[in-house]
Ligand binder design. Structure first.
Ligand SMILES: Cc1cc2nc3c(=O)[nH]c(=O)nc-3n(C[C@H](O)[C@H](O)[C@H](O)COP(=O)(O)OP(=O)(O)OC[C@H]3O[C@@H](n4cnc5c(N)ncnc54)[C@H](O)[C@@H]3O)c2cc1C
Length: 504
């Protein structure tokens, strides 16, 4: 990074977001030799790295893909305390990686980005932070996540609730739940972790369910000291563990994508879990989904149903009508008293990149271009927006395997994109831009495959109000890795320093 006399900080690659995605990009660039001070800069609005693993610290928060797969393949961690480690360990892993890959100096934390504008004449992105600072970069890499902006539901009376209320991603550690009745709105991925964790501490928990999730047993286990020693010292042990998890996710992935054998097997496991853990038919009926498995995220848990059977936990299935000062009133007229309200109501996942205003070539606004739903070639590059590579962009989410696997593939693609510009020693000025026909063909393919997918069988956070699935990747993780492993230069219009090829 170099600071000009004009106060503008300049670098080759500017990453926005210091979660698994943005940090992984910085690590990949360091590993590829981009080690100069002005090669990479990573901005984040928060004052610590970690992304969702910094923001989500509610009781019970942990990953739901085993950590031997939910990490960078080049940085295995033999120190995981358990198969599905808690949020704090994952955040600590990211901090350790920052030091290991020499990325600490590249961080500019406490920097909230508002706008990025492409300066076509100079071939640079101008990026403005909320506090007035300006950055300039040859390549812009927004890595702001799909699940970084909590959704606060619109419910009459919510603001008038007299007690503490907060979203799971904004957990208030100062609120002592002991002796208090806690209402939890939602039964998604966060709720199924937080409710078992607080039941027994709170005086009682009332869970308000809109639709029950499909679940699978979570085979969590503590790693003993001996197990960790094997991970540390036996060559290939961690790789083998990762392979085993990978194989399991191949089966669940096939099930979600509708392959008959895998689907029948995984469905049978889910149904058996419900039968075994919910012997009471009335309660079981309440937790039996009425939509096909996989349409909403399938959740891994072994504690959800036993928790719902506790005498101090109540599952309410009547629709929430309003929040009063002292509780929640459901559509059947019953008021459920609550002292604390936890909003486990998810994230604005389909509003991809919404925190940023991004202006590309000829003044085009990315969100205007995306008014029918976000789209990008391989989820990363967009016509009209030169030298822009998105991470965790449109249609790169997965419900059944590790998002980090996808992010690592994207970081590798980014490194190849930089090679298009001439690599580490290239002068500023050259640019690449995905061809509109290439992006269009890709989008038609992806949307056609998604139209046949289970995700169109119900409404979920994967879909825009118009029904377009903008979050999920329709294929396997292996397919995504294969398609991103070798960037095809023919997909791009490239203008080198000598401007041999015109962009537009
Ligand atoms: C509770 C929870 C559990 C999860 N568990 C799993 C799991 O087990 N397995 C799995 O595969 N996936 C899981 N996910 C999905 C998770 O989103 C991804 O795995 C991954 O962590 C995403 O990383 P990211 O860097 O793309 O985004 P994030 O982690 O969301 O990071 C984005 C960063 O961008 C920053 N940012 C946003 N806007 C701006 C701005 N305008 N200016 C500057 N900075 C900005 C944010 O502060 C944040 O640090 C989980 C998500 C949540 C919320």
């Amino acid at each position: 990074m170099t600071m000009g006399a004009d106060g503008v900080e300049r670098c080759r690659v500017l990453v926005v977001g210091a979660g698994f995605g943005g940090l992984g990009a910085a690590f990949a660039l360091r590993r590829a030799g981009y080690t100069a001070a002005d090669d990479v800069l990573v901005l984040d609005a928060a004052d610590r790295v970690g992304g969702v693993w910094r923001d989500n610290h509610y009781p019970g928060c942990a990953c739901d893909i085993p950590a031997t797969l939910y990490c960078y393949s080049y940085a295995p961690n033999p120190g995981w305390s358990r198969r599905f480690p808690p949020h704090g360990e994952i955040r600590a892993y990211l901090e350790a990686c920052v030091d290991r890959f020499g990325a600490r100096d590249a961080l500019r934390l406490g920097t909230s980005v508002e706008q990025a504008r492409w300066d076509d004449a100079r071939g640079v992105w101008q990026v403005d932070a909320a506090d007035g600072r300006r950055f300039e970069a040859q390549v812009l890499v927004p890595a702001v996540g799909q699940l970084s902006r909590p959704v606060i539901p619109v419910i009459p009376g919510l603001a008038a609730f007299a007690g503490p209320r907060f979203h799971t991603a904004r957990w208030d550690d100062d609120v002592d739940l002991r002796g208090r009745r806690v209402g939890v709105l939602g039964t998604g991925a966060s709720a199924i972790q937080v409710v078992p964790a607080i039941a027994g501490t709170a005086a009682g928990v009332t869970v308000f369910q809109r639709s029950p999730p499909w679940t699978l047993p979570k085979p969590d286990r503590r790693y003993s000291r001996a197990h960790r020693a094997v991970f540390r010292h036996v060559p290939g042990a961690m790789r083998l563990s990762r392979l085993g998890v990978w194989a399991a996710t191949v089966v669940t992935g096939r099930a979600v994508r509708g392959r008959p054998v895998a689907r029948r097997a995984v469905r049978a496991l889910s149904v058996a879990q419900r039968r075994l853990q919910m012997p009471d038919p009335a309660l079981r009926a309440k937790v039996t989904p009425d939509y096909p498995m996989g349409c909403k995220r399938v959740l891994y848990t072994s504690t959800w149903y036993p928790t719902l059977r506790r005498p101090d936990v109540e599952l309410v299935t009547a629709a929430v009508a309003e929040v009063t000062a002292t509780g929640v009133r459901t559509a059947d007229g019953v008021e459920h008293p609550c002292d604390v309200l936890v909003l486990s109501t998810g994230f604005a996942a389909t509003q991809i990149l919404v925190p940023l205003r991004v202006i590309g070539r000829e003044g085009r606004d990315l969100h205007t271009q995306w008014s029918d739903g976000a789209r990008a070639h391989l989820g990363m590059t967009v016509p009209g927006f030169p030298n822009l590579v998105l991470l965790y962009g449109p249609n790169t989410n997965t419900g059944n395997t590790s998002v980090v696997y996808f992010l690592q593939a994207q970081a590798g693609y980014l490194v190849q994109a930089l090679e298009l510009l001439g690599g580490r020693t290239a002068p500023h000025g050259p640019r690449f831009e995905v061809r509109a026909d290439v992006e269009d063909a890709y989008d038609r393919e992806i949307q056609a495959r998604l139209a046949d997918s289970v995700w169109t069988a119900c409404s979920s956070w994967y879909r825009t109000p118009s029904g377009r699935v903008v979050t999920n990747w329709p294929g396997s993780a292996g397919e995504y890795r294969r398609r991103t492993a070798h960037l095809d230069p023919a997909d791009f219009a490239v203008a080198t320093a000598s401007a041999a090829v015109r962009l537009h």
